[in-house]
Structure formats: structure tokens, C-alpha cells
Design a protein around this ligand. Structure first.
Ligand code: GLU
Length: 485
């Protein structure tokens, strides 16, 4: 059996992290065993349809590297892959009518407002679940009454006819067998009064027609799955393998919401996370490998992914972990690419004609996000106001007096040098250290403080001086002497 998975998004807005996770897992399940990954656009809910949302879906898939085998723009033999186009072909109506013939569905002419009736036979009043279940009023309509209503053009829906006794069981790969009382199964609407199928119906019909073998989706669909199962049974179709994914929560264990500010792929890109890191992070939201490897390229994921290792426990979206991963991806990035991507952020802080390529090299291993760059390099542009307490460093055994003495003594040494390359400067400072039998840090610390005005810098004293050049470096050292004195 060839594995066929599908990602079936509804174009209703941004690409939520949970949706991208479903897409990724579907992709991985298919690719792990040489199967097909299909995209199907579920746009049957005209009220929730959002202009531009389909583009967002395809852009996201592309940036995440999830190439699909069949879908819009890549027609296979199961197309079209957009449900509104399938609806126009009459596919869903045909299957809904087939169910009516089998007695598994029926016309319902109740207006929306009266659809939630109370069924006197079932004394529904006391049960919150049953009060939410349609009372099957229209099931008792005679053939003649139905034909009369249809001929009169009275709006109608087609409903699933579920039994009200017994139980229905279905199997989920992670949650096991789940059994529900049939009294809980609403006669859900299959075809709406506007002629469009509901998600519930179109999804089942298409999964069957497209020969989908594995259905992966958020566990908010778990409770509806018995009804889907009953549809498969009614048609005599094979039920796919279900994998319902755990909830994604924030670090406070609340469902990840828009308010978190990072619930969608676009939000994360906007915050400067790189697509590969986001994909790696999302893969680990619920799934874990056998080893404790944490960095996975998409190819690594394809090779390693096993859906049996997905946890049922809610997955915590820890932005700190994503930041860390992003930093690892930045470290691995090729220097030239890094430089190009870092450039706008460097320019944000630096306007002077300094060697930005060298500065980029300095910060590459020290950032987690692009937005970390400006604050890390702004001292190159201008020496910040700084506290002279910074000259005191316990481990380096420096204090204000020693720093003043060192800066005063090194100033003529540095002033005598013309070649302000890191190598020459470093050699000169080390000679000075050796002549005076100091420790390196005893001399380097005050110099670095004076030229940067920062406790932490992306590079050492002489590398910073190389970038600043002779004039600016000496000016900053003189300034240090002045404030220390
Ligand atoms: N259209 C549904 C959604 O976007 C698909 C759910 C499913 O994968 O079955 O949530």
C-alpha cells in the first residue's frame, strides 16, 4: 500500500503553528516511506473564507520546504484539489444523495433557529449533550411531503442519520480505541442550504476519493471522528489511519493563542526566526526522536520521523527553545549568506564606513535572532556613556587605579603603531604584557572597556581596534584615561 497523506487547510487566515505541524507531520509520514503528500484546499465555508489566505498557505509550505506531489497547480489524477471546484462538479451532492437512498441521510427543512429541538422521546431537557443534538424531526417526513417541499423551493439541508442507541468506536493511532454513546452523535449537516458541503462531509468524501491512507490533524477533531467513521461505514469505505495531534500550549499551559504574538508562521518570520529553525522546532512539538538529537534538517526528519513516537501530552511552545535553535542555525549558516541577511540589521546601528563584513563575522556565533544584532554592535558607531566601575574586574585583578596606569602606559605604544591590523596590535599588546610581567587580562580588560564602553563585546580589544581604526581607538583610550583620572 502506498502511503498517501494530505494537508487540508481551510483558507481562513494566517498559518497557525498547529496547522504547520499537521502539514509537516503529514509530509514526513509520506516521505519517510516514499509516499505522496497532497494538498487539498477546504474552502467550503464561504463565511470564514479570507481573501489571500490561500496564498499564505502556499507561501508557508514553500518556505518550510514542504513540496507536495499533488494539489492545486500540480494536478494529479485525483483533482481538482480545491473543494469549491469539486463542489461545482456536483461530487458532494452525488454522495449525499447516495446516503439518502441508503437511509443514512435525510432532507431537513427546519430553519436554523428551530433546528435544536427537544426530542420528547428522549427527554433531552436534562442533558446538555442531547440538547445540542438535532431532534430528527424531518426524518419522519413522508416522501410526498419531501417532494412537495423541494418543489416549493423551501431551503433545506441534508443531514446524516445517526442511530440513537448503541455506541460507535473508532481507533486513533495515539489515543487508541475511543467509544462514544450514539446519543451524543448529532445528525450533522452534510450539505448546507447554499449547496456547499460542510467540512465534515467534504473531508470524508475527499479523503476517500483521493485514497488518503493517513489523516493527521489537531485533536480538536477527535470528538467528531465517530461521526466520520459512521460515514465511512455507511458508504462501505475503508477508514483511514487517524493520528490526532496533542494540543499546543504556551508556557503557562494555556492553549497557544494569537495573543501570544507567535502563534503563526508569519509572526515568527516577522520576529526574525529562520524557516529551517521554525520547522525543526515545530517537528519537536509533540514528537521526539529515540536519540537526544535536537538539530534536524528536513532530510534528517524525513529519515528519522516515526509517528508512533508522538506524545499525547500537550506540547509546550517554548519560545526560548526556538531562540536557542535559531541561534544554532545561524551558527551553521554559510558566512556569505549570513552577511547578506545580517547587513540590514548591522546598518541599523552603524552608519560609519566600518568593515561590516568583519563585524558580521564577530557576531555570527553570538546571536539568536537578527534583532539581537544592533544592540551588540552599536558601540562601534559611537562610544556609549559607561560606568567606570566596569574597569574593576575581580578575575582579571583590575581596578580603576590599575586600569588608569595600564591605559596611560599603553597609549604611546598604540600611538606608535600605524598598521592597525589585529595581528600587529595583538603582538604589540602582548609584548607590553610580557615586558611588564602582567597577565593578559590585566591589560586587555581595561583596553577593551575603553574602546567599547561595554561589559560584553562580540570580540576582543585588538579586534575592536582594528575595526575602529587608529584615530578612533586612541580617542577612546584617551577618553578612558580622562574619566578614570
Ligand atoms: N480543513 C480542516 C482544517 O483546516 C482540516 C482538518 C483535517 O485535517 O481533517 O482544520
Amino acid at each position: 500500500m502506498k502511503i498517501r497523506t494530505r494537508f487540508a487547510p481551510s483558507p481562513t487566515g494566517k498559518m497557525h503553528v498547529g496547522n504547520l505541524r499537521s502539514a509537516l507531520y503529514e509530509y514526513l509520514i509520506a516521505k519517510h516511506s516514499g509516499g505522496d503528500f497532497i494538498i487539498r484546499i477546504e474552502d467550503t465555508d464561504q463565511e470564514r473564507f479570507l481573501e489571500g489566505a490561500t496564498e499564505i498557505i502556499f507561501n508557508t509550505l514553500k518556505q518550510a520546504g514542504l513540496e507536495y506531489d499533488e494539489g492545486p497547480g500540480r494536478e494529479g489524477k485525483f483533482g481538482p484539489y480545491v473543494q469549491s471546484e469539486r463542489k461545482a462538479l456536483g461530487i458532494y451532492r452525488k454522495y449525499a444523495e447516495e446516503l439518502i437512498k441508503k437511509g443514512e441521510a435525510y432532507y431537513c427543512f427546519c430553519a436554523k433557529t428551530e433546528k435544536r429541538g427537544t426530542d420528547p422521546l428522549e427527554n433531552a431537557k436534562d442533558s446538555p449533550i442531547e440538547a445540542n443534538v438535532y431532534d430528527k424531526k424531518c426524518l419522519s417526513l413522508t416522501k410526498e411531503a419531501i417532494e412537495k417541499n423541494l418543489a416549493a423551493g423551501i431551503p433545506y439541508v441534508i443531514r446524516q442519520n445517526n442511530p440513537r442507541t448503541g455506541t460507535t468506536t473508532f481507533h486513533d493511532e495515539l489515543y487508541g480505541d475511543i467509544t462514544v454513546e450514539n446519543t451524543e452523535l448529532d445528525d450533522m449537516i452534510l450539505l448546507k442550504s447554499d449547496g456547499f458541503p460542510t467540512y465534515n462531509f467534504a473531508n470524508v468524501v475527499d479523503d476517500h476519493l483521493m485514497e488518503i491512507t493517513h489523516v493527521v490533524r489537531g485533536n480538536e477533531y477527535l470528538s467528531s471522528s465517530p461521526k466520520y467513521n459512521r460515514l465511512y461505514e455507511a458508504f462501505g469505505w475503508q477508514v483511514p489511519i487517524y493520528v490526532h495531534l496533542p494540543l499546543i500550549t504556551d508556557t503557562e499551559h494555556k492553549k497557544l493563542s494569537k495573543r501570544s504574538g507567535h502563534s503563526s508562521f508569519e509572526d515568527l518570520l516577522g520576529q526574525g526566526f529562520i524557516p529551517e529553525a521554525i520547522v525543526n522546532f515545530i517537528a519537536l512539538l509533540g514528537w521526539s526522536p529515540e536519540s537526544n538529537q535536537e538539530i534536524f534538517s528536513l532530510t534528517d526528519l524525513v529519515n528519522t520521523f516515526d509517528y508512533k513516537r508522538i506524545s499525547k501530552a500537550p506540547s509546550v511552545f517554548d519560545i526560548g527553545k526556538l531562540r536557542w535553535l535559531n541561534g544554532e542555525y545561524i551558527k551553521m549558516m554559510e558566512l556569505e549568506k549570513f552577511y547578506q541577511l545580517a547587513l540590514p540589521h548591522l546598518k541599523q546601528a552603524i552608519r560609519k564606513p566600518l568593515d561590516l563584513r568583519k563585524i558580521a563575522e564577530m557576531v555570527k556565533t553570538r546571536i539568536e535572532l537578527w534583532s539581537d544584532i544592533p544592540a551588540l554592535v552599536d558601540f562601534f558607531e559611537e562610544l556609549p556613556e559607561y560606568d567606570i566601575a566596569m574597569y574593576t574586574h575581580k578575575k582579571m585583578k583590575t581596578n580603576r587605579d590599575s586600569a588608569l596606569a595600564v591605559l596611560e602606559a599603553i597609549l604611546p605604544v598604540l600611538a606608535a603603531i600605524d598598521d592597525y591590523s589585529n595581528d600587529t596590535l595583538y603582538e604589540a599588546v602582548i609584548d607590553f604584557v610580557n615586558q611588564n610581567e602582567f597577565k593578559n587580562g590585566y591589560v586587555m580588560w581595561p583596553i577593551r572597556t575603553a574602546v567599547s564602553g561595554k561589559q560584553m563585546t562580540p570580540a576582543g580589544a585588538t579586534e575592536i581596534m582594528e575595526i575602529l581604526g587608529k584615530e578612533e581607538s586612541l580617542k577612546r583610550i584617551r577618553k578612558g584615561i580622562e574619566i578614570l583620572a
